[in-house]
Design a protein around this ligand. Structure first.
Ligand code: F6P
Length: 321
């Protein structure tokens, strides 16, 4: 009997469950025995393999989080950890390992394949959208929608009180959540790790807004922008004389039911992963280009540098004048 193992790794993202469901059900349909590995690479090291059946993935398509649980494994970074993981895969006679996660998880999968000859297929699961080979990653769309909902709510109260609100969103290295939610949410300013902003320009924007009969402003700040959010709040209040408030959205952005886009992407990636496994193809990162599902060479995919969308960034300033 041919066997596939599937795990989720790194920060969870809405849609991971939809991808697991697709792998399990499509895999069983194609004659595979499917194992779920709990807690990502940690579970791979500990041998936390559970055989999955069609019912074990019932009622999860619409749920955020991951039924397999996830972790950021320090042990897997050691040679001993990887040896244990590879041994367990051999013991359970796993033919292909499907890894659902972000860049760190994909790099882990690549190491397993290069150093231990394990067949791996990766599915992009992260809210950060920081994998350049694919149009979007599973969870990004849902996370941006969650931020948009927050902006709408915060705008109501901030306009009622003539306040400026800084909304801190996730993204340590990538400003995509900040960039896209700022544009679609009509924010007055955005701060991202990719661009060093001019503090005077930001202050001017708030003061000009005030003079322009705009009594409230929304500033979206990515957590990776190199200035502490509380410090920014204090400094902006001092320089503009405005009532500035800080809202940190944090893990709110990672939870919740996946959007239509994320369910579709996750489901199609899950099906594609099984199709590749069936053809005994390994070392692939699945994603979309122009909306079409594609499988890239994993190593090449991870070498593609993200390109920051400067045009969108500039347009935020123009459209919020
Ligand atoms: O990788 C996704 C992400 O949500 C980042 O945006 C964020 O910086 C990080 O995970 C938070 O990680 P943790 O769950 O370890 O606090």
């Amino acid at each position: 009997m041919r066997r596939i193992a599937v795990l989720t790794s790194g920060g969870d993202s809405p849609g991971m469950n939809a991808a697991i469901r697709a792998v399990v059900r499509y895999g069983i349909e194609k004659g595979f025995t499917i194992y779920g590995v709990e807690r990502g690479f940690e579970g791979l090291i500990d041998g936390a393999f559970i055989q999955m059946d069609r019912r074990s993935v019932g009622d999860i398509l619409q749920r955020g989080g991951t039924i397999l649980k996830t972790a950021r494994s320090e042990r897997f970074k050691t040679p001993e950890g990887k040896v244990r993981a590879a041994q367990n895969l051999e013991t359970f006679q796993i033919e292909t390992l499907i890894v659902i996660g972000g860049e760190g998880s994909m790099n882990g999968a690549l190491e397993l394949s290069k150093e231990h000859g394990i067949k791996v297929i990766c599915i992009p699961g992260t809210i950060d959208n920081d994998l350049a080979y694919t149009d979007t990653t599973i969870g990004f769309d849902t996370a941006v929608n969650t931020v948009l909902d927050a902006i709408t709510r915060i705008r109501d109260t901030s306009s009622a009180h003539d306040r400026t609100t800084i909304i801190e969103v996730m993204g340590r290295q990538s400003g995509d959540i900040a960039l896209y939610s700022a544009l679609a949410g009509g924010a007055e300013y955005v701060l991202v790790p990719e661009v060093e902003a001019d503090f005077n320009d930001l202050c001017r924007k708030i003061i000009e807004g005030k003079n322009n009969r705009r009594q409230h402003s929304v500033i979206i700040k990515a957590e990776g922008y190199p200035m502490d959010s509380s410090e920014l709040t204090t400094q902006l209040a001092q320089r503009t004389g405005k009532d500035i408030r800080l809202v940190v959205l944090s893990y709110l952005q990672r939870g919740g039911s996946p959007s239509f886009h994320d369910r579709m992407l996750a489901t199609e990636c899950g099906v594609k992963a099984v199709t590749l496994a069936e053809e005994e193809i390994s070392g692939k990162a699945i994603g979309t280009v122009g909306g079409n599902i594609v499988a890239f060479d994993l190593e090449d995919a991870l070498k593609i540098e993200p390109v920051f969308n400067q045009e969108l960034y500039d347009n935020i300033g123009i459209l919020s004048k």
